[in-house]
Design a protein around this ligand. Structure first.
Ligand code: SAM
Ligand code: SF4
Length: 332
């Protein structure tokens, strides 16, 4: 294997997040505007063949974990074809998908058959009206049947991502956790981050992990933090002392995990980003389309990682600058 991807702060990168589209079939207010979104024209989007070539170049540098995301990845036609290309690549130890679940009922079986084993389904509430007001679509029943279909198709590792927005989702927390505990699905609360397209984010609108822990303890009894199995994983995990199960938190705002970051990102239009919040990005589509060799692509990946900053300074209001692209166009 070539030299691993270590940046100037000593962080080794083994995790690549691949966005396959900037389009989405719903409109979560903390990510997308209600209307008027201008999506990338199709020729700008990397083909599955181009994505697979990029992954093949990245894997010898030590990339072991791949996650497919978007926009909504399941709106990309024949996504199972990409899964079938990536799952068998030697060196890939983990391949996962993040989805809003709306189209999952139709695709769970084919994704599983193509080699996908891990899913994160994004769901903030079990209340149909609240789902509609958060996502501006009436698709809760489809998401729930998507989760059922995924479990029937054989997915054993399903997690639910819920975005933690203060003065909004508090009534949803206990029902969601209960739903997860009943189904063996871990709920992960993600602190609301300043990546929405409309600039709605304010620190005061973040529901912090500590507040959710308090809320859950009132309902279910004490929670205990699980010492990190993988210190570089972004989630902090807790278990219920009554043995009921666990719950996770991605505390990007209250406990940023930049110093353990192991991730790079490929956007759907072929830009390489060393951070979700990066201001600069490196074009790789041009390289892929000009027939660059694997080692030329590797050099560009190395240079991007070498340029990686220490962290996003989300808690330093004087220094923090929100990236020019919102979440859906970067790939969450
Ligand atoms: N459409 C898919 C979905 O919703 O899961 C994949 C892409 S989405 C951008 C990836 C994740 O980003 C989602 O699971 C959602 O929970 C999270 N997300 C979106 N906007 C966010 C924000 N402003 N702050 C924190 N998390 C956010
Ligand atoms: Fe779509 Fe995911 Fe963004 Fe919601 S969070 S609008 S589902 S891309």
């Amino acid at each position: 294997m070539a030299r691993p991807l270590v940046d100037t702060f000593g962080r080794t990168h083994d995790n690549l997040r691949i966005s396959v589209t900037d389009r989405c079939n719903i409109r979560c207010f903390y990510c997308m505007p209600e209307d008027g979104v201008r999506f990338l024209p199709k020729p700008e989007i990397l083909t599955f063949e181009e994505i697979a070539r990029f992954a093949e170049a990245a894997i010898p540098l030590g990339i072991r974990k791949l996650r497919i995301t978007g926009g909504e990845p399941l709106v990309r036609r024949d996504l199972d074809r990409l899964i079938a290309k990536l799952a068998p690549l030697p060196g890939v130890e983990d391949l996962a998908l993040t989805t809003n679940g709306v189209l999952l009922a139709d695709q769970a079986e084919s994704l599983y058959a193509a080699g996908l084993r891990r899913l994160n389904v994004h769901l903030d509430t079990l209340d149909r009206e609240r789902f509609r007001s958060i996502t501006r679509r009436d698709d809760l029943p489809r998401v729930l049947s998507g989760i059922d279909a995924a479990q029937r198709a054989g997915f054993r590792s399903i997690k639910i991502n819920a975005v933690a927005v203060k003065d909004l989702v508090e009534p949803d927390i206990v029902p969601l956790v209960r739903y997860g505990l009943e189904r063996g699905i871990e709920i992960r609360f993600i602190e609301f981050m300043p990546l929405d397209a409309q600039g709605l984010w304010q620190r005061g609108r973040v529901l912090f992990a500590s507040e959710i822990v308090e809320l859950l303890e009132r309902e279910f009894g004490p929670l205990e933090e699980i010492p990190d199995a993988d210190p570089r994983a972004p989630a902090t995990e807790y278990r219920f002392l009554n043995g009921a199960g666990r719950v996770g938190f991605i505390s990007s705002v209250s406990r940023p995990f930049c110093l353990n970051c192991n991730r790079i990102r490929l956007t759907s239009d072929g830009k390489l980003r060393y951070c979700l919040f990066a201001i600069e990005e490196t074009d790789v589509k041009g390289l892929l389309r000009s027939g660059a060799s694997g080692s030329q692509i590797q050099e560009v990946i190395r240079a991007n990682v070498h340029a990686k900053w220490r962290g996003h300074e989300i808690n330093n209001t004087a220094q923090f600058v929100a990236p020019p692209r919102p979440m859906y166009s970067i790939g969450g």
